[in-house]
Design a protein around this ligand. Structure first.
Ligand code: BYC
Length: 474
């Protein structure tokens, strides 16, 4: 198999001069393309899509727009530029030069972190693979495909690290990343949220708002890593992640906007009437929000975790904003507040800060998530409608960590199993909710047309008008 490295795989890792990496990629790339053909966006392979491709790390090169057939997308390998002076900023190796190679004693943990990160990327493509068939517009279809190819590129980024730095083990892990399947009974994806379904566009927008934001926070923590290639790779990935969260925030915002428009026009807040009018009622949006928020905060792991402490002390994974803190960056004697279950109630207590790093990152994430929900509420307020969306309590619907055993209402009240069973239909999207949302999902694929349940965007892509032909079918 001949690969023209500079053309086919834009990169700044001297791929053309690295025979070992070339051989590994020559084996892996056809497997990846086969996976894309089988598990990538359904029915998309011959369409020309107006996509952004990163062709270099320079400001003029990381967002190059053109029509591309997705199987021909140039999955590049980019690391943010090196800073030759970079030091490790935290943990037991603080002050030492950042590692350019994998330290033997941290090899297994680093590989595990990179594999876990890498696994989420193809997982999300698998979760979203049927959505193109029910797109609400060409604009949205193009955004879905953009997100999908960039998740594919993020998989390449992690595969590059595995193949370049982890020898045979890394090559085997790279293959396994193409073998696990989202939701599969026997060989599922690693983390819970990536085995859930993303069956409709409200779920897709909630996923890109909430779950891609986990990506942002995990990548920011990995961007602090003492292993410099990982830090530089994740920095470049973050530039693409921002657009994914924008797709989510603006997508949910446009659904809310359209619902509020119909509520005001028909002077009603009755969910049944609104559903009959073909828009998604606000309580259903809240129930979707509760689901996506709670499965996503599980992605931060257990509240108190010895893995997290090890990752930090050994310099592999820092805190979000590590260099902005004025503490000792060792955290050996520090404490951090975590929720504890005392006599069946939730109370704040202190845990060693080193072990509570998952919880700290989760708290940072929650603050950031709440801000966008506030922006959705502004849309509702502007329409004069007395309704507020809110994220549920941190202990609501948890499946990971000590809170998993507890039944907790969105307002934080601990309740009995019987009360939870009676009430959960009010809090989490029901089968009926999902069936209703599914009933709205028709395919709108004429330039400038939008489904009835979502407003057009205020800003399209790359300053193109809303009726631009973002996808051309052949
Ligand atoms: N589901 O000690 P703990 C993204 C496991 S998203 C299932 O707390 P740790 C993206 C855990 O593996 C960002 N299992 O774990 C977004 C451990 O298993 P073992 C992804 C879970 O290691 C959208 C056990 O429970 N990146 O990029 O401290 C689209 C004990 O837990 C879950 C990363 O996650 C779960 N939710 O923390 C596309 C960064 N949570 O050892 C892409 C890399 C925990 O008992 N990963 N477990 O078998 C990490 O840093 C850590 O692995 C975690 C877990 C923070 C995820």
């Amino acid at each position: 198999m001949n690969i023209s490295y500079a053309d086919k795989i834009p990169n700044n890792v001297d791929l053309g001069g690295d025979r070992v990496l070339q051989r590994a990629l020559e084996h892996w790339q056809p497997e990846f393309l086969k996976w894309w053909a089988d598990m990538g966006p359904e029915g998309s392979h011959t369409a020309d899509v107006y996509l952004r491709t990163a062709v270099s790390v320079h400001p003029s090169g990381w967002a190059h727009f053109d029509y591309v057939k997705m199987p021909d997308y140039r999955w590049g390998i980019f690391l943010s530029p090196a800073d030759g002076e970079r030091k490790i900023n935290f943990g037991d190796h603080k002050g030492e030069p950042a590692w350019q190679d994998v330290p033997g004693e941290h090899r297994a943990n680093l590989r595990r972190i990179i594999v876990t990160q890498g696994d989420t990327e193809p997982a999300s493509v698998e979760q979203q693979r049927h959505l193109g068939l029910t797109c609400p517009s060409l604009y949205d279809l193009r955004n879905l495909f953009q997100v999908n190819v960039e998740e594919g590129r993020h998989l390449w980024a992690m595969v590059y690290l595995l193949q370049r730095y982890f020898g045979r083990d890394g090559r085997e892990e790279a293959e396994a990343l193409l073998q696990r399947r989202s939701g599969d009974q026997d060989n599922p994806r690693i983390l819970g949220a990536f085995n859930e379904k993303t069956p409709d566009w409200l779920a897709f927008f909630m996923f890109t708002y909430f779950t891609d934001r986990d990506g942002k926070f995990q990548l920011l923590a990995l961007a602090e890593s003492g292993f410099d290639p990982l830090a530089r790779t994740t920095r470049f990935m973050l530039m693409e992640e921002a657009h994914h969260m924008y797709v989510g925030e603006s997508g949910v915002g446009r659904i809310i906007h359209r619902t509020c428009e119909v509520m005001a026009q028909h002077k009603t807040d009755d969910p049944a009437r609104l559903r009959a009018l073909g828009v998604i009622d606000l309580p259903t949006i809240q129930r979707y929000l509760n689901f996506h928020f709670s499965v996503t905060i599980d992605l931060f792991g257990a509240d108190v975790s010895s893995n997290a402490a090890t990752f930090y002390s050994s310099g592999l994974k820092g805190r979000y904003g590590e260099t902005t803190f004025t503490d000792d960056h060792l955290l050996r004697d520090a404490l951090y507040p975590v929720l504890q279950i005392v006599d069946g109630h939730l109370e704040m207590g202190d845990a060693p800060a080193l072990n509570a790093l998952n919880e700290k990152l989760r708290d940072d994430y929650i603050k950031d998530s709440v801000a966008g929900v506030g922006r959705w509420n502004r849309i509702i307020r502007k329409s004069g409608i007395p309704f507020e969306l809110a994220v549920p309590h941190k202990a609501f619907n948890r499946k990971i960590g000590p809170l998993a055993g507890l039944k907790v209402a969105p307002d934080g009240r601990v309740m009995s199993d019987a009360e939870w069973t009676a009430k959960q239909r009010e809090w989490l999207a029901t089968d009926e909710d999902r069936a209703f949302v599914a009933s709205l999902m028709g395919r709108v694929a004429a330039a400038g047309a939008y489904a009835n349940w979502i407003s057009p965007p205020t800003l399209a892509i790359n300053k193109q008008p809303n009726d631009f032909e973002f996808v051309r079918f052949n």
